[in-house]
Design a protein around this ligand. Structure first.
Ligand code: AGP
Length: 367
Protein backbone atom coordinates (compact mmCIF):
# COMPACT_ATOMS: atom_id res chain seq x y z
CA UNK A 1 0.00 0.00 0.00
CA UNK A 2 1.10 3.59 -0.59
CA UNK A 3 1.23 4.15 3.15
CA UNK A 4 3.10 0.91 4.05
CA UNK A 5 6.80 0.69 4.84
CA UNK A 6 7.49 -1.83 2.07
CA UNK A 7 10.91 -3.37 2.55
CA UNK A 8 12.19 -0.44 4.55
CA UNK A 9 12.83 -0.47 8.27
CA UNK A 10 11.28 2.93 8.87
CA UNK A 11 8.95 5.29 7.06
CA UNK A 12 11.73 7.87 7.14
CA UNK A 13 14.04 5.52 5.24
CA UNK A 14 11.34 4.78 2.69
CA UNK A 15 10.55 8.45 2.29
CA UNK A 16 14.23 9.31 1.83
CA UNK A 17 14.40 6.79 -0.99
CA UNK A 18 11.36 8.36 -2.67
CA UNK A 19 13.36 11.52 -3.38
CA UNK A 20 14.08 10.92 -7.08
CA UNK A 21 10.41 10.22 -7.85
CA UNK A 22 8.98 12.99 -5.68
CA UNK A 23 11.38 15.59 -7.04
CA UNK A 24 10.65 14.46 -10.60
CA UNK A 25 6.88 14.58 -10.02
CA UNK A 26 7.03 18.00 -8.37
CA UNK A 27 9.37 19.60 -10.89
CA UNK A 28 7.46 18.38 -13.92
CA UNK A 29 4.33 20.06 -12.53
CA UNK A 30 5.99 23.45 -12.92
CA UNK A 31 8.70 22.96 -15.56
CA UNK A 32 8.37 22.12 -19.22
CA UNK A 33 11.33 19.88 -20.15
CA UNK A 34 10.83 20.44 -23.88
CA UNK A 35 10.97 24.23 -23.89
CA UNK A 36 13.12 24.32 -20.71
CA UNK A 37 10.83 26.89 -19.18
CA UNK A 38 8.72 27.39 -16.09
CA UNK A 39 4.95 27.18 -16.24
CA UNK A 40 3.36 28.34 -13.02
CA UNK A 41 -0.34 28.16 -12.19
CA UNK A 42 -2.25 31.44 -11.91
CA UNK A 43 -0.85 33.36 -8.95
CA UNK A 44 -2.91 35.53 -6.56
CA UNK A 45 -0.46 38.44 -7.03
CA UNK A 46 1.53 39.91 -9.87
CA UNK A 47 5.26 39.31 -9.24
CA UNK A 48 6.04 42.33 -11.42
CA UNK A 49 4.12 44.71 -9.17
CA UNK A 50 4.60 43.20 -5.73
CA UNK A 51 6.76 45.58 -3.63
CA UNK A 52 7.81 43.05 -1.03
CA UNK A 53 7.22 39.41 -0.12
CA UNK A 54 6.84 37.88 3.31
CA UNK A 55 7.80 34.23 3.68
CA UNK A 56 6.64 32.57 6.84
CA UNK A 57 6.40 28.98 8.07
CA UNK A 58 7.59 26.75 10.93
CA UNK A 59 10.46 24.32 11.43
CA UNK A 60 11.80 22.68 8.32
CA UNK A 61 9.19 24.40 6.16
CA UNK A 62 10.58 27.73 7.38
CA UNK A 63 14.10 26.65 6.46
CA UNK A 64 12.86 25.79 2.96
CA UNK A 65 11.35 29.28 2.92
CA UNK A 66 14.72 30.76 3.83
CA UNK A 67 16.33 29.08 0.83
CA UNK A 68 13.41 30.48 -1.20
CA UNK A 69 14.32 33.93 0.04
CA UNK A 70 17.90 33.60 -1.25
CA UNK A 71 16.60 32.44 -4.64
CA UNK A 72 13.82 35.00 -5.04
CA UNK A 73 15.98 37.94 -4.01
CA UNK A 74 18.79 36.83 -6.31
CA UNK A 75 16.80 35.90 -9.40
CA UNK A 76 13.75 38.16 -9.16
CA UNK A 77 15.17 41.07 -7.15
CA UNK A 78 12.05 41.22 -4.93
CA UNK A 79 12.86 42.13 -1.30
CA UNK A 80 11.85 39.20 0.89
CA UNK A 81 11.28 39.07 4.61
CA UNK A 82 11.48 35.59 6.13
CA UNK A 83 10.36 34.88 9.66
CA UNK A 84 9.10 31.93 11.67
CA UNK A 85 5.32 32.11 11.91
CA UNK A 86 5.25 32.21 15.72
CA UNK A 87 7.42 35.35 15.68
CA UNK A 88 5.95 36.97 12.59
CA UNK A 89 2.54 37.22 14.22
CA UNK A 90 3.69 39.16 17.22
CA UNK A 91 6.35 41.49 15.89
CA UNK A 92 3.86 43.69 14.07
CA UNK A 93 5.84 44.05 10.85
CA UNK A 94 4.82 46.92 8.57
CA UNK A 95 3.25 45.29 5.51
CA UNK A 96 3.12 47.25 2.27
CA UNK A 97 0.01 47.94 0.25
CA UNK A 98 -0.15 45.41 -2.57
CA UNK A 99 2.22 43.12 -0.69
CA UNK A 100 2.04 39.36 -0.76
CA UNK A 101 3.17 36.39 1.28
CA UNK A 102 4.30 32.84 0.69
CA UNK A 103 3.48 30.26 3.34
CA UNK A 104 5.20 26.88 3.31
CA UNK A 105 3.76 23.79 4.96
CA UNK A 106 3.71 20.05 4.48
CA UNK A 107 0.51 19.42 6.44
CA UNK A 108 -1.25 22.70 5.72
CA UNK A 109 -2.58 22.55 9.29
CA UNK A 110 0.21 24.04 11.44
CA UNK A 111 -1.48 26.39 13.91
CA UNK A 112 1.22 29.07 13.95
CA UNK A 113 1.33 29.23 10.17
CA UNK A 114 -2.49 29.32 10.00
CA UNK A 115 -2.51 32.21 12.47
CA UNK A 116 0.00 34.03 10.26
CA UNK A 117 -2.25 33.37 7.27
CA UNK A 118 -5.24 34.95 9.01
CA UNK A 119 -3.18 37.97 10.06
CA UNK A 120 -1.72 38.44 6.59
CA UNK A 121 -5.11 38.31 4.92
CA UNK A 122 -6.61 40.68 7.49
CA UNK A 123 -3.78 43.08 6.64
CA UNK A 124 -4.58 43.01 2.94
CA UNK A 125 -1.74 40.75 1.81
CA UNK A 126 -2.32 38.17 -0.90
CA UNK A 127 -1.32 34.74 0.33
CA UNK A 128 0.15 31.95 -1.75
CA UNK A 129 0.77 28.66 0.02
CA UNK A 130 3.26 25.96 -0.91
CA UNK A 131 1.55 22.96 0.58
CA UNK A 132 1.58 19.16 0.32
CA UNK A 133 -2.00 18.38 1.31
CA UNK A 134 -4.40 19.80 -1.30
CA UNK A 135 -7.47 19.59 0.94
CA UNK A 136 -5.76 21.17 3.96
CA UNK A 137 -7.01 24.31 5.75
CA UNK A 138 -4.04 26.28 4.42
CA UNK A 139 -4.65 25.31 0.81
CA UNK A 140 -8.33 26.19 1.15
CA UNK A 141 -7.95 29.48 2.98
CA UNK A 142 -5.05 30.92 0.97
CA UNK A 143 -5.63 33.09 -2.10
CA UNK A 144 -3.73 30.52 -4.12
CA UNK A 145 -1.80 27.29 -3.57
CA UNK A 146 1.07 25.59 -5.36
CA UNK A 147 1.27 21.94 -4.46
CA UNK A 148 4.27 19.84 -3.66
CA UNK A 149 3.80 16.35 -5.04
CA UNK A 150 5.47 14.49 -2.20
CA UNK A 151 2.64 12.09 -1.35
CA UNK A 152 1.91 11.18 2.26
CA UNK A 153 4.83 11.77 4.63
CA UNK A 154 4.49 9.62 7.74
CA UNK A 155 7.88 10.06 9.44
CA UNK A 156 7.69 13.01 11.84
CA UNK A 157 11.02 14.27 10.51
CA UNK A 158 10.33 15.85 7.16
CA UNK A 159 12.40 14.55 4.23
CA UNK A 160 10.85 14.38 0.77
CA UNK A 161 8.28 17.09 1.58
CA UNK A 162 11.12 19.49 2.46
CA UNK A 163 13.00 18.96 -0.79
CA UNK A 164 9.74 19.15 -2.74
CA UNK A 165 9.11 22.54 -1.09
CA UNK A 166 12.55 23.62 -2.27
CA UNK A 167 11.75 22.43 -5.80
CA UNK A 168 8.55 24.50 -5.90
CA UNK A 169 10.24 27.58 -4.46
CA UNK A 170 13.00 27.25 -7.07
CA UNK A 171 10.37 27.21 -9.83
CA UNK A 172 8.63 30.25 -8.33
CA UNK A 173 11.94 32.14 -8.18
CA UNK A 174 12.64 31.42 -11.86
CA UNK A 175 9.06 32.33 -12.83
CA UNK A 176 9.17 35.60 -10.88
CA UNK A 177 12.56 36.44 -12.38
CA UNK A 178 11.32 35.87 -15.91
CA UNK A 179 8.14 37.89 -15.32
CA UNK A 180 10.21 40.79 -13.99
CA UNK A 181 12.87 40.53 -16.67
CA UNK A 182 15.61 40.14 -14.07
CA UNK A 183 16.69 36.89 -15.71
CA UNK A 184 16.85 36.18 -19.44
CA UNK A 185 15.29 33.37 -21.47
CA UNK A 186 18.77 31.77 -21.59
CA UNK A 187 19.06 31.98 -17.81
CA UNK A 188 15.62 30.38 -17.46
CA UNK A 189 16.63 27.59 -19.79
CA UNK A 190 19.89 26.92 -17.91
CA UNK A 191 18.26 27.01 -14.48
CA UNK A 192 15.42 24.77 -15.66
CA UNK A 193 17.88 22.30 -17.12
CA UNK A 194 19.77 22.27 -13.81
CA UNK A 195 16.58 21.52 -11.87
CA UNK A 196 15.63 18.75 -14.26
CA UNK A 197 18.90 16.99 -13.42
CA UNK A 198 18.06 16.96 -9.73
CA UNK A 199 16.04 13.70 -9.64
CA UNK A 200 18.95 11.79 -11.20
CA UNK A 201 21.42 13.51 -8.90
CA UNK A 202 19.25 12.65 -5.91
CA UNK A 203 19.49 8.98 -6.89
CA UNK A 204 23.28 9.31 -7.00
CA UNK A 205 23.28 10.85 -3.50
CA UNK A 206 21.27 7.89 -2.20
CA UNK A 207 24.01 5.65 -3.59
CA UNK A 208 26.43 7.26 -1.09
CA UNK A 209 24.47 5.63 1.71
CA UNK A 210 27.41 3.47 2.91
CA UNK A 211 29.76 6.42 3.27
CA UNK A 212 27.12 8.47 5.05
CA UNK A 213 26.47 5.58 7.40
CA UNK A 214 30.19 5.45 8.20
CA UNK A 215 30.12 9.18 8.95
CA UNK A 216 27.05 8.59 11.13
CA UNK A 217 28.99 6.09 13.26
CA UNK A 218 31.35 8.91 14.22
CA UNK A 219 28.64 11.52 14.67
CA UNK A 220 26.63 9.18 16.91
CA UNK A 221 29.41 9.35 19.52
CA UNK A 222 29.25 13.15 19.76
CA UNK A 223 27.39 15.23 22.29
CA UNK A 224 27.40 18.38 20.15
CA UNK A 225 27.61 18.83 16.40
CA UNK A 226 28.06 21.93 14.26
CA UNK A 227 26.69 22.20 10.71
CA UNK A 228 28.12 24.93 8.50
CA UNK A 229 27.07 26.37 5.17
CA UNK A 230 27.09 29.65 3.31
CA UNK A 231 24.52 31.40 1.15
CA UNK A 232 21.57 29.20 0.24
CA UNK A 233 23.35 26.31 1.97
CA UNK A 234 23.17 28.10 5.33
CA UNK A 235 19.48 27.17 5.80
CA UNK A 236 20.40 23.60 4.81
CA UNK A 237 23.03 23.58 7.56
CA UNK A 238 20.26 24.59 9.97
CA UNK A 239 18.05 21.87 8.54
CA UNK A 240 20.82 19.30 9.10
CA UNK A 241 21.06 20.43 12.73
CA UNK A 242 17.27 20.40 13.21
CA UNK A 243 16.97 16.91 11.75
CA UNK A 244 19.76 15.55 13.95
CA UNK A 245 18.23 17.10 17.08
CA UNK A 246 14.76 15.80 16.25
CA UNK A 247 15.53 12.15 15.77
CA UNK A 248 18.90 11.44 17.43
CA UNK A 249 18.54 13.87 20.39
CA UNK A 250 22.12 15.06 19.82
CA UNK A 251 22.58 18.77 20.31
CA UNK A 252 23.39 20.41 16.99
CA UNK A 253 23.58 23.92 15.63
CA UNK A 254 23.54 25.18 12.09
CA UNK A 255 25.70 28.22 11.45
CA UNK A 256 26.67 30.43 8.57
CA UNK A 257 30.30 29.38 8.01
CA UNK A 258 31.48 33.00 8.14
CA UNK A 259 29.94 33.46 11.61
CA UNK A 260 32.13 30.76 13.19
CA UNK A 261 34.83 33.21 14.15
CA UNK A 262 32.24 35.39 15.91
CA UNK A 263 31.50 32.83 18.58
CA UNK A 264 30.97 29.16 17.85
CA UNK A 265 34.65 28.54 17.09
CA UNK A 266 35.07 28.59 20.90
CA UNK A 267 33.21 25.27 20.98
CA UNK A 268 35.65 23.53 18.69
CA UNK A 269 37.61 20.63 20.05
CA UNK A 270 38.21 17.07 19.00
CA UNK A 271 34.84 15.98 20.37
CA UNK A 272 32.74 18.23 18.14
CA UNK A 273 32.21 17.10 14.56
CA UNK A 274 32.00 20.05 12.16
CA UNK A 275 29.84 19.03 9.24
CA UNK A 276 30.22 21.32 6.31
CA UNK A 277 28.19 21.78 3.14
CA UNK A 278 30.96 22.91 0.88
CA UNK A 279 30.56 22.30 -2.87
CA UNK A 280 32.93 23.91 -5.37
CA UNK A 281 31.73 27.27 -6.66
CA UNK A 282 31.88 30.94 -5.78
CA UNK A 283 31.71 30.43 -1.99
CA UNK A 284 34.09 27.46 -1.87
CA UNK A 285 37.38 29.15 -1.01
CA UNK A 286 35.87 31.22 1.79
CA UNK A 287 34.09 28.24 3.35
CA UNK A 288 37.16 26.03 2.98
CA UNK A 289 39.27 28.60 4.80
CA UNK A 290 36.69 28.76 7.64
CA UNK A 291 37.00 24.98 7.87
CA UNK A 292 40.77 25.11 7.90
CA UNK A 293 40.57 27.48 10.85
CA UNK A 294 38.39 24.96 12.68
CA UNK A 295 40.74 22.10 11.73
CA UNK A 296 43.71 24.08 13.05
CA UNK A 297 41.94 24.18 16.44
CA UNK A 298 41.54 20.43 16.55
CA UNK A 299 38.06 20.35 14.96
CA UNK A 300 37.02 17.19 13.16
CA UNK A 301 35.93 18.31 9.74
CA UNK A 302 33.42 16.24 7.80
CA UNK A 303 32.34 17.61 4.46
CA UNK A 304 29.71 17.12 1.80
CA UNK A 305 31.23 18.43 -1.41
CA UNK A 306 31.79 17.48 -5.05
CA UNK A 307 34.81 16.06 -6.90
CA UNK A 308 36.46 19.46 -7.32
CA UNK A 309 35.92 20.52 -3.72
CA UNK A 310 37.13 17.15 -2.44
CA UNK A 311 40.61 17.72 -3.92
CA UNK A 312 41.23 20.55 -1.49
CA UNK A 313 39.17 19.41 1.50
CA UNK A 314 40.80 15.97 1.67
CA UNK A 315 44.03 17.57 2.87
CA UNK A 316 42.51 18.45 6.25
CA UNK A 317 39.05 16.86 6.51
CA UNK A 318 38.52 13.62 8.39
CA UNK A 319 35.71 12.55 6.08
CA UNK A 320 34.63 13.77 2.67
CA UNK A 321 31.48 12.58 0.92
CA UNK A 322 31.53 13.39 -2.78
CA UNK A 323 28.15 14.38 -4.25
CA UNK A 324 27.43 15.07 -7.94
CA UNK A 325 28.78 18.43 -9.09
CA UNK A 326 25.86 20.82 -9.59
CA UNK A 327 25.65 24.59 -9.88
CA UNK A 328 25.06 26.78 -6.84
CA UNK A 329 21.36 27.20 -7.75
CA UNK A 330 20.41 23.55 -7.24
CA UNK A 331 23.03 22.79 -4.55
CA UNK A 332 20.66 23.36 -1.58
CA UNK A 333 18.15 20.80 -2.92
CA UNK A 334 20.85 18.21 -3.42
CA UNK A 335 22.61 18.85 -0.10
CA UNK A 336 19.39 18.49 1.89
CA UNK A 337 19.34 14.77 1.15
CA UNK A 338 22.67 13.69 2.71
CA UNK A 339 22.04 15.67 5.90
CA UNK A 340 18.68 13.91 6.26
CA UNK A 341 20.33 10.54 5.57
CA UNK A 342 23.02 11.30 8.11
CA UNK A 343 20.46 12.12 10.82
CA UNK A 344 18.58 8.95 9.92
CA UNK A 345 21.62 6.71 10.33
CA UNK A 346 22.69 8.40 13.57
CA UNK A 347 19.18 7.88 14.99
CA UNK A 348 19.18 4.21 13.97
CA UNK A 349 22.58 3.72 15.64
CA UNK A 350 21.32 5.41 18.79
CA UNK A 351 18.21 3.24 18.76
CA UNK A 352 15.71 6.09 18.99
CA UNK A 353 12.16 5.93 17.71
CA UNK A 354 13.02 7.31 14.28
CA UNK A 355 9.50 7.78 12.92
CA UNK A 356 7.92 8.96 16.17
CA UNK A 357 10.60 10.89 18.08
CA UNK A 358 9.80 11.83 21.66
CA UNK A 359 7.85 15.02 22.35
CA UNK A 360 7.13 15.72 18.68
CA UNK A 361 3.96 15.57 16.59
CA UNK A 362 3.85 15.37 12.81
CA UNK A 363 1.56 18.34 12.61
CA UNK A 364 1.51 20.93 15.37
CA UNK A 365 -2.07 22.16 15.52
CA UNK A 366 -1.75 24.12 18.75
CA UNK A 367 0.02 27.45 19.07
C1 AGP B 1 10.39 18.73 10.36
O1 AGP B 1 11.29 17.69 10.42
C2 AGP B 1 9.61 18.97 11.58
N1 AGP B 1 9.04 17.83 12.15
C3 AGP B 1 8.88 20.28 11.74
O2 AGP B 1 9.87 21.26 11.89
C4 AGP B 1 7.91 20.72 10.63
O3 AGP B 1 8.60 21.03 9.47
C5 AGP B 1 7.08 21.91 11.14
O4 AGP B 1 6.36 21.53 12.29
C6 AGP B 1 6.15 22.47 10.09
O5 AGP B 1 5.17 21.56 9.71
P1 AGP B 1 4.32 21.78 8.41
O6 AGP B 1 5.25 21.74 7.26
O7 AGP B 1 3.32 20.65 8.39
O8 AGP B 1 3.66 23.13 8.54
Amino acid sequence: AATGKGNYRHFMEKELHEHPVVLGDTLTQYLDPMSRSVSLPKLPFDPVKVPRLTITACGSAFLAGQVGRYWIEKLARIPVDADVASEFRYREPPLPEGGAAILVSQSGETADTMAALHLLRARGQKVLSVVNVPESSMARESDGAVLTVAGPEIGVASTKAFTAQLAVLACLAIGFGRARGTISVEDESKLTAALLEIPGNAAAVLDSDEEIRAMAAEVAKARDVLFLGRGSLFPIAMEGALKLKEISYIHAEGYAAGEMKHGPIALIDSAVPVISLCPSGPMFEKTASNLQEAAARGGRIMAFTDDLGAMKLRSFAERVVVLPRVGSFSAPILHAIPVQLLAYHVAVLKGTDVDQPRNLAKSVTVE
